[in-house]
Design a protein around this ligand. Structure first.
Ligand code: BTN
Length: 328
């Protein structure tokens, strides 16, 4: 979006009523014809702008896009979202964010896309990413932690996603180990973190981590692929109301920002506590099936610092589970 058009939008939002063409032309240092051209461009981009002679212009509605201008006005974060990159289409926002990070993009840079042609899921799966419906976003972080601590950030993004869902819809999401976000037992969001690190054993350290977050916002039942291994849903299906994608994104980034600041100051403790409280297995007996091996039963005893699932057996011993599918 042209810088001047973005400034006009800011004026509209600061002043809820009409803004005169004269005021805009003075504030922007451009002619009234140029103001009119930017208004036409905004209309072309889906903004509904009313024009009344002698009163000026008034913003009636904004399109449901992830444009940086739409998100940034709703952000109150310090670090996350300092740079917002929204792509009309991309293979995968994780891939784009990784590339930008390698080129030196700063911590807090966020890449979003209207659609992904090769959305990546966990374990090499595809993440269905139709245009204009959902949130596909990747956040660049550069924490000074050891590579083995990086999985803690996936748990952090799960908590942030659950908080954002609760705040924007009132629905009660649960987290399923390791990091699926569910509503009523159906998956509504998935997280895929990737990292670049030095692991030579001497100067082990992280170059950057990409937090990949996919949330099904306005997807309808017919848009889900037919071959899903587990039931999936969207906030629209569960809550019955369309979600503003920019608003949801801003809530999510604000929560990520708060949690990440706490993580840098105090470590994993707070995230771990909230993750456990929000886990669908909290306080329950669970069964873990693991690639054809015998099922393991036990009482959910939380997660450890590496993100391993802890199961307590009747004899009091605690077993660490590193992979598997958990049923409650
Ligand atoms: C999962 O399988 O549960 C993880 C899904 C992660 C999807 C998100 S969408 C934004 C980001 N870009 C990707 O290609 N994947 C992640």
């Amino acid at each position: 979006m042209h810088q001047k058009a973005a400034t006009i939008l800011r004026f509209f939002r600061q002043q809820s009523g009409f803004v005169s063409g004269e005021q805009l032309s003075k504030e922007l240092g451009i002619s009234r014809t140029a103001v009119w051209k930017h208004i036409s461009a905004l209309r072309g981009a889906g903004y509904r702008v009313e024009a009344v002679p002698s009163r000026g212009y008034r913003l009636l509605s904004s399109p449901d896009t992830l444009a940086a201008e739409e998100i940034s006005v709703q952000l109150n974060s310090g670090l996350i979202g300092t740079r917002l990159v929204n792509l009309a289409t991309t293979t995968s926002t994780n891939f784009e964010a990784f590339r930008l990070a390698e080129e030196g993009a700063g911590e807090g840079t966020v890449v979003t896309a209207e659609e992904q042609s090769k959305g990546k899921g966990r374990l090499g799966r595809i993440w269905s990413s139709p245009p204009g419906a959902n949130l596909y976003c990747s956040v660049i972080l550069r924490p000074r932690i050891k590579p083995f601590e990086a999985p803690q950030l996936t748990f952090l993004s799960a908590v942030a996603t659950a908080r954002a869902i609760e705040q924007t819809t009132g629905l009660k999401p649960e987290i399923k180990w390791p990091n699926d976000v569910l509503i009523d037992g159906k998956k509504v969001a998935g997280l895929l973190n990737e990292m670049s690190a030095e692991t030579d054993g001497i100067n082990d350290g992280i170059n950057f981590v990409i937090l990949g977050i996919g949330v099904n916002l306005n997807m309808t039942a017919d848009q889900f692929p037919g071959d899903l291994r587990h039931p999936a849903t969207s906030l629209l299906i569960e809550g019955g109301a369309k979600i503003s994608r920019a608003r949801f994104t801003a809530f999510l980034l604000n929560e990520l920002d708060r949690l990440y600041a706490g993580f840098l100051d105090h470590g994993f403790v707070q995230v771990r506590r909230e993750w456990q409280e929000r886990c669908n297995a909290n306080g329950r007996e669970v069964v873990v099936s693991n690639h054809g091996r015998d099922d393991i039963r036990g009482l959910f005893a939380g997660i450890d610092g590496d993100g391993a699932l802890l199961l307590r057996h009747p004899d009091g011993t605690v077993e660490r589970i590193l992979s598997g599918d958990v049923r409650v």
